[in-house]
Design a protein. Structure first.
Length: 121
């Protein structure tokens, strides 16, 4: 066995199998587990996927939302233990791989058309 096969076999143990298929432009709700004091709870973070990166264990998405008039972006490693759940709420129609142009838009201009040819579940 060479080093690459060993790394792949160790990574495969930590890959999540219950992830939905996510595309750029989708509106998703990511459940992030947060520790406050001695308690742990799941906090939802809902927004539009504007970028996807890498693959395998390093697969990550960038989710953007506007909170109190300020654009907030968060990167999530999909296979990280801190990400409790991911739910696709709406499919968006995007014609490019990275939607960074949404950063310059305000209000209703940030909306994407809904896509009906891809099932949500």
């Amino acid at each position: 066995m060479n080093a690459e096969e060993i790394i792949r076999s160790i990574e495969s143990e930590h890959l999540k199998s219950d992830l939905p298929t996510i595309y750029v432009g989708d509106t998703v709700r990511v459940g992030v587990s947060i520790q406050e004091g001695g308690k742990e709870r799941v906090q939802p973070y809902e927004g539009t996927v504007i970028a996807m990166r890498n693959g395998g264990i390093n697969e990550s998405i960038t989710v953007r939302r506007v909170f109190q008039g300020v654009g907030v972006e968060r990167d999530f490693l999909l296979h990280a233990p801190r990400v409790a759940s991911i739910e696709v709420i709406r499919r968006g129609k995007a014609r490019r791989a990275k939607l960074y142009y949404l950063r310059d838009r305000v209000g209703k201009a940030t909306r994407l058309k809904q896509r009906f040819d891809r099932p949500i579940k």
